[in-house]
Design a protein around this ligand. Structure first.
Ligand SMILES: [Cu+2]
Length: 150
């Protein structure tokens, strides 16, 4: 009888420890794990509604980062593209479903290759002055990243 009470108590204690350890926040959330360098947007002549954004994205965390939703307050749509050259030598753009970065690795967006396609520029003279484009990356917590226009 005494033994079963003790083992029951130990079982409850074990369950409590498991629940508490599951509730511990991880040291670094994926949102914080995304490190961005050299984020820039190609400057376009006035009136052009479309451009592309580039940069180097690094995963400094311990879990894979997957981002498949991007938006910008300055553009109607933001999508991830890759420029590919087909067998006839023609270059065209193809949509990529997600920006996927294994732990410790880089995802590079650069001219002639992968890029964020910005389409449908909104006319907002106030925002023109900042000379930057804000792109929101959907992670656990949405991450706003400023891209310098150059
Ligand atoms: Cu494109």
């Amino acid at each position: 009888m005494r033994f079963s009470i003790i083992s029951c108590f130990l079982l409850v204690l074990l369950i409590l420890i498991l629940i508490l350890s599951a509730c511990q926040p991880s040291a670094q959330t994926p949102t914080a794990a995304l490190v961005v360098e050299d984020a820039w947007v190609r400057a376009m002549p006035p009136g052009r509604k479309m451009t592309a954004a580039y940069g180097v994205f690094r995963n400094s965390g311990a879990v894979v980062l997957r981002i498949n939703d991007f938006s910008s307050p300055q553009y109607a749509s933001v999508s991830l593209h890759e420029t590919i050259v087909d067998s006839s030598g023609m270059s065209r753009m193809q949509e990529i479903q997600e920006l996927l970065i294994p732990p410790g690795e880089l995802f590079v967006l650069e001219p002639g290759s992968k890029h964020l396609m910005l389409m449908g520029k909104h006319n907002n003279p106030a925002e023109e002055k900042t000379n930057s484009v804000t792109i929101v990356f959907s992670l656990e917590k949405p991450r706003r990243i400023e891209f310098r226009v150059k």
